[in-house]
Design a protein around this ligand. Structure first.
Ligand SMILES: Cc1cc2nc3c(=O)[nH]c(=O)nc-3n(C[C@H](O)[C@H](O)[C@H](O)COP(=O)(O)O)c2cc1C
Length: 335
């Protein structure tokens, strides 16, 4: 449809005037990255908004949802003009807002990714307004389009809630550019951007490493492996015949701890020590067939875990992170 239903007092063409008021009188000077970062300090919930376009379901993740009015019951959200779904959402007569729960991180990422077949394998059915309702999600607000306002590079869509599905739940949150649970937010220390802990490289690396590996390390028990054993298996999977010294550097372990781990793994039939033909003092390490069989599913799970973690970054961000880490490792290598 072309026009929002007009209500008394509804702002129409004049609304574009308000968006031209520069923030602090000097909007042009506002650094976009700093602005985005500052906005990220306001935690929001996360929703998936759906509608029907040309008979097909459309949907996107949105954290711009807001309550607007109690009587009539109005809510709003903003859709980016850059989205291929902008025009369909602006034109639609009805949309449905699904609040995501703490366990719906995958849905937030799926509906927040351009080009993905967002509804693939997802059970959904038209609600009262015709907008698709995703099975298993609640709370849901089924809305009829009430008004549309220009909002810079977004269009603000206001909907009148005609039906809702209620549920109290633990919500998924968006804060500081990250999807979080409430308990994680509570743990996030309130550090200012110039604090020592937010800038000291060793601390940043330790925290990043903890965030990346902690969840996966907690799962190693499923394969009856300890963290040191997993490190040894992972290092030996791709490289045949490492020396103990080479392995120590790769597996981040010092002696005598490494020898104890290797002894245990050899006893369990996961690896073999072999003397080198020319130099019997040089011992190399080799995974046994059993060691490889134990490592294979863990390696696959580690890769899947990594892919899940990296989904929240753009290609450019992934390349930047990897480049910075490569550079750091390369230039700080101890000779
Ligand atoms: C947590 C989160 C919140 C988002 N909020 C909005 C939003 O409020 N409005 C918007 O237009 N895009 C928002 N996005 C981005 C869209 O979900 C994303 O651009 C998605 O690719 C849109 O699908 P499309 O490109 O197929 O239209 C958000 C993404 C995430 C991950």
């Amino acid at each position: 449809m072309a026009e929002a239903p007009k209500k008394s007092g509804e702002k129409t063409g004049k609304t574009s005037g308000s968006e031209s008021i520069p923030a602090g009188g000097n909007a042009a000077a506002l650094d976009p990255a700093a602005f985005r970062n500052a906005l990220g300090q306001f935690p929001t919930g996360v929703a998936v908004v759906t509608a029907t376009h040309d008979g097909y379901p459309i949907g996107m993740t949105a954290n711009s949802f807001s309550s607007v009015s109690l009587a009539p019951p109005l809510v709003s959200w903003s859709v980016a003009k850059s989205s291929p779904n902008h025009d369909p959402f602006v034109a639609t007569e009805a949309f449905a807002v699904h609040f995501l729960g703490a366990d719906h991180r995958d849905l937030a990422l799926r509906f927040g990714s351009r080009g993905a077949d967002k509804f693939a394998g997802l059970a959904h059915a038209p609600g009262d307004t015709g907008a698709p309702l995703i099975e298993g999600l609640a709370p849901i607000f089924e809305c009829r389009a009430w008004a549309r306002y220009p909002g810079g590079d977004h269009t603000i869509l206001v909907g009148e809630v005609v039906r809702m599905v209620e549920r109290n739940h633990e919500p998924l949150l968006f804060h500081s550019g990250q999807l979080r649970r409430i308990d994680a937010l509570r743990r996030a220390p309130p550090l200012s951007s110039d604090s020592f802990a937010r800038n000291y490289l060793a601390y940043l690396l330790a925290r990043a490493s903890f965030n990346v590996s902690n969840e996966f390390h907690a799962r190693l028990g499923e394969w009856k492996l300890s963290v040191p054993e997993w490190r040894v298996l992972a290092c030996l999977m791709d490289v045949e015949g490492l020396s103990v010294g080479e392995l120590a550097a790769m597996a981040l372990m010092k002696q005598p701890r490494l020898t104890k781990v290797l002894d245990r793994m050899e006893r369990d039939g996961l690896l073999q020590r072999r003397a080198t033909a020319g130099d019997r003092r040089r011992v190399t390490l080799h995974l046994t067939a059993e060691g490889r069989a134990r490592a294979a599913p863990v390696l696959a799970a580690a890769k899947a875990h990594e892919a899940e973690l990296l989904k929240q970054f753009t290609d450019a961000e992934r390349a930047t992170i990897k480049h910075a880490l490569d550079l750091l490792i390369d230039r700080t290598r101890t000779r």
